[in-house]
Design a protein around this ligand. Structure first.
Ligand SMILES: [Zn+2]
Ligand SMILES: [Zn+2]
Ligand SMILES: [Zn+2]
Length: 178
């Protein structure tokens, strides 16, 4: 009777204790440490050996730090990794000056709008190029450093002007290139 009771108690146990048999209790649990198996090298490593990764269920990356570092280094040295790196650099070089230019354009546009509102600038009804009457004449800038130097053009002429400018730039670029 007494023996029976003892067995029952140890079987139900306290919450958190794993079984009664020490042989079948994983070393991980006995040490009170939380381990994770790296899916790359297959080793059981402490959780601190894994980097944070919010998209994973347990919040840790699938590979241990060592495996991840090796994989990253291998990728960086591969032709694909090298191409990606070059592309990123090229993209940065391309967008930065253009973004700056776009900001200037927007600032100038805002300035023109403000000046029209204050009556400093007057938006005409006719295109300065073809003379057509249009209810929305565009303010075109040949030089963004002179925000008040506006050329008033109808949408058609404005579009053509920009086409011309694009062509001029292309010709210049061709001349520069040997
Ligand atoms: Zn690993
Ligand atoms: Zn026009
Ligand atoms: Zn324009």
């Amino acid at each position: 009777m007494n023996i029976q009771k003892t067995i029952q108690r140890s079987e139900t146990g306290k919450p958190g204790s794993v079984g009664t048999c020490l042989v079948h209790t994983p070393a991980v649990v006995l040490l009170g440490l939380s381990f994770k198996r790296c899916s790359k090298c297959g080793q059981n490593k402490p959780r601190s050996e894994f980097t944070k990764y919010t998209e994973a269920k347990d919040g840790l990356f699938y590979w241990c730090r060592d495996c991840k570092a090796i994989a990253q280094r291998t990728y960086a040295q591969s032709p694909k990794g090298r191409a990606t790196r070059i592309n990123i650099a090229r993209c940065k070089r391309w967008t930065a000056p253009r973004t700056k230019k776009r900001i200037t354009q927007l600032q100038v546009c805002e300035q023109v709008r403000k000046n029209i509102k204050q009556g400093v600038l007057d938006r005409p009804d006719n295109c300065e190029n073809c003379g057509i009457t249009h209810n929305y004449i565009h303010g075109h800038h040949n030089d963004y450093s002179k925000p008040l130097c506006v050329e008033w053009l109808c949408p058609t002429c404005h579009y053509q002007r920009h086409e011309q400018m694009r062509e001029c730039r292309a010709i210049k670029r061709r001349k520069v290139e040997p």
